[in-house]
Design a protein around this ligand. Structure first.
Ligand code: HEC
Ligand code: HEC
Length: 301
């Protein structure tokens, strides 16, 4: 009877190993990938641009009328960041005062204490039927939002000094190196190659870094919705790496660089006339010189 017992023991051991291996494999698979966290961060920023196939919402968000302090209308009222902040702190953060104030709570505590499934339920209206995004967003997008809330949030007050808007502990020379290799190809060495504002009221890397470091950090970490901009989550950057780039970006120009004279000539009638006259005089002198030289050449021939 030794044989069957040995066989049974072997079979049990194989099953045990298989179950153990299965659990070990399932473990990491339960955690969100950096790509999921980055996708969720872009949805938090502007979900209808970040979600393929999602239509832009119309009218105001159903919860918007429960506050009166933020007077924006329409699309803005549907962005997670408009109600919960770039710092995820809602009324306890940068949006606690000023034109963005709504009085709505932050999401940082929920990100820490709730499970991904509970967060998805909140986004489907479980705690408040007016907070239901399931008509607009797919289950995959809602799962990405939950992944971002669980793994992408950070304590902004530990990274940015709110009164001065400067990063608290940043290595600017490391930031310069990272900026040069990662950001400059698209944004230009001085950050003025892409203008997010208008021609009259330009907004560059430097402008946003100086005025809204929390938004800057969010976009560097998650990427820009609808743009091919890389995400620090996906590049494997630490929060410190992003803070270093913020420190360097705050040294970049916040206004448009002075345009070269030649480029403004056709538009500025006032200054172009004297300059044109000067150019004509110059041309005349050059022509005279040429004629004289030709004359001299001819005389000696
Ligand atoms: C129009 C404003 C508004 C928008 C837009 C909005 N929320 Fe909310 N959110 C609220 C309010 C108000 C609550 C509290 C709801 C309640 O009564 O339970 C809340 C609650 C939450 C909570 C739970 C917080 C807690 O501590 O229990 C999470 C998480 C959350 N929102 C995430 C999001 C995400 C992600 C988005 C974007 C898809 C979003 N919200 C968009 C207003 C908004
Ligand atoms: C592949 C090109 C590309 C790279 C690389 C890139 N960006 Fe961007 N970035 C963009 C585009 C495109 C936009 C959107 C411009 C617009 O909305 O007009 C953008 C937008 C931004 C914005 C948001 C501005 C706003 O107000 O909406 C910030 C901040 C920013 N980039 C910072 C960075 C930083 C810092 C890096 C390097 C870590 C970087 N970007 C790398 C292409 C890039």
């Amino acid at each position: 009877m030794a044989r069957p017992r040995l066989l049974l023991a072997t079979a049990l051991a194989i099953v045990a190993v298989a179950v153990f291996a299965g659990l070990a494999l399932a473990g990491p698979a339960l955690q969100a990938s950096p790509a999921n966290v980055a996708a969720g961060g872009k949805l938090y920023d502007k979900w209808w641009t970040a979600s393929p196939g999602a239509a832009a919402p119309t009218g105001d968000h159903p919860l918007w009328s429960t506050q009166t302090t933020n007077t924006r209308k329409g699309l803005d009222t549907w962005r997670c960041k408009e109600c919960h902040g770039w710092d995820y702190l809602g009324k306890d953060g940068a949006y606690g005062s000023g034109s963005h104030r709504t009085g709505f709570a932050g999401v940082i505590e929920a990100g820490k204490s709730k499970t991904a499934a509970q967060l998805v339920a909140i986004l489907k209206g479980a705690s408040n039927p007016r907070h239901n995004f399931s008509p607009q967003l797919s289950d995959a997008s809602l799962a990405n939002l939950a992944a971002f809330l669980k793994e992408g949030l950070y304590d902004t007050k530990g990274v940015v000094d709110y009164p001065t808007r400067k990063p608290l502990n940043a290595d600017m020379s490391r930031g310069r190196t990272s900026y040069g290799s990662t950001c400059a190809p698209c944004h230009g060495a001085d950050g003025t190659k892409l203008n997010f504002g208008s021609e009259k009221d330009p907004e560059f890397i430097g402008t946003l870094a100086a005025s809204n470091p929390q938004e800057f950090l969010h976009k560097v970490r998650a990427g820009q919705p609808g743009a091919a901009m890389p995400s620090a989550f996906e590049s494997g950057w630490t929060l410190q790496d992003s803070a270093n780039v913020l420190a360097f970006a705050q040294t970049l120009p916040i206004k448009a660089p002075a345009a070269p004279v030649a480029a403004v000539l056709p538009k500025t009638g006032g200054t172009s006339a004297p300059l044109l006259a000067l150019a004509l005089v110059g041309l005349g002198l050059a022509a005279a010189g040429w004629a004289v030289r030709r004359g001299v050449v001819r005389l000696t021939r």
